[in-house]
Design a binder for this molecule. Structure first.
Ligand code: FO1
Length: 311
């Protein structure tokens, strides 16, 4: 039987697993639905950081040090913006700026974000389908002790320093026909190791998506390893909201609709309790430092599907 997989992804961690999955599955077996809650307008351009991170990663164009942005990047435009007194806190490289310029031009000409993303993926020879979670704007607002902040204002401009008290997802995003079709033909949903609060929850907030998660087999790969986030502020967010960052917290976040969870070997002690709660648990190496580690984890996730209780 042909297995159809939908992967939900945010930024760098999600992109790495999606990249591994892309090498384990045929192109028509994988759809990656990407968070657009981090999108914003900057320098009059539409910036879609998570979409670009996933696309650059799968195209082999990503900056290997940061995980976001382009490899072999130059920064002439940003340096000039800085000299001219413009907003230089968000690091847009010259090649990356080309993406934002062309995307903004196409959107203004009336294309949807889904159409623009499809065209870019074709140009970059990306096999699997990459879809924005919605064509509608749905900005994530971070509620903090410094007030309500747009996501990139919190994440980049303020360096995640304000203490988080909650989140608000603005707009009323609808699922595109492409997103609906992907879920309708899916046999498995993989929640990539992305931030549950600000990468996966915004996708769940798109009309109708939670219903698909309720009915389909879902496996999450924990973004928390040994109480720490591999990258980004997930652990800090959990602590600030009074929840101990742990694989149990991730499982709880996705309860009761989660079917299986993949946790790192350092968290093996949590496995019995997770299993008692009815989850299938895979304990394995979940760090993805190399391409080989992405491939190994992706394969392990797909094989783990056989062990889900509901199959
Ligand atoms: N992250 C940073 O920490 N600092 C930056 O200046 C920055 C610029 C940037 C430019 C383009 C892009 O696609 C991503 C960029 N990111 C930057 C990453 C981005 O803010 C985050 O990875 C996501 O929004 C969270 O998933």
């Amino acid at each position: 039987m042909k297995l159809n997989v939908v992967a939900l992804a945010g930024g760098v961690g999600g992109a790495k697993l999606a990249d591994g999955l892309a090498r384990q599955l045929a192109a028509d077996q994988l759809t990656i639905i990407v968070n657009t809650g981090d999108d914003f307008e900057h320098l009059v351009l539409k910036i879609c950081p998570d979409l670009d991170t996933v696309c650059y990663m799968l195209a082999g164009l990503a900056n290997p040090e940061t995980g976001w942005g382009r490899q072999d990047e130059s920064w002439q435009a940003l340096a000039n913006i800085s000299i001219l007194g413009g907003p230089d806190w968000f690091s847009l490289g010259d090649k990356d700026l080309g993406t934002h310029l062309e995307r903004t031009r196409r959107l203004r000409a009336g294309q949807t974000l889904t159409q623009v993303t499809r065209a870019f993926c074709e140009s970059w020879s990306i096999g699997p389908t990459i879809l924005p979670m919605s064509n509608d704007p749905a900005p994530t607002i971070v509620l903090t002790n410094a007030g309500e902040l747009g996501f990139q204002e919190y994440f980049v401009h303020q360096g995640c320093r304000p203490a988080v008290t909650g989140f608000r997802f603005e707009g009323a995003p609808q699922a595109s026909a492409e997103v609906v079709r992907a879920f309708q033909s899916a046999d498995l949903v993989v929640l990539c190791p992305s931030n549950p609060w600000v990468s996966i929850d915004p996708i769940r907030n798109v009309a109708g998506i939670q219903d698909h998660l309720d009915r389909l087999p879902v496996i999450a790969v924990s973004p928390i390893i040994g109480g720490q986030a591999v990258k980004g502020p997930a652990a800090k967010m959990y602590s600030e909201m009074g929840i101990e960052p742990s694989v149990e917290a991730v499982a709880g976040h996705y309860s009761p609709w989660l079917d299986g969870i993949v946790i790192d070997k350092v968290d093996v002690g949590a496995a019995p309790k997770l299993e008692e709660s009815g989850l299938a648990v895979l304990v394995t190496e979940t760090w993805m430092r190399t391409k080989a580690e992405r491939d190994r984890l992706a394969l392990a996730v797909l094989e783990f599907r056989e062990k889900l209780n509901i199959i």
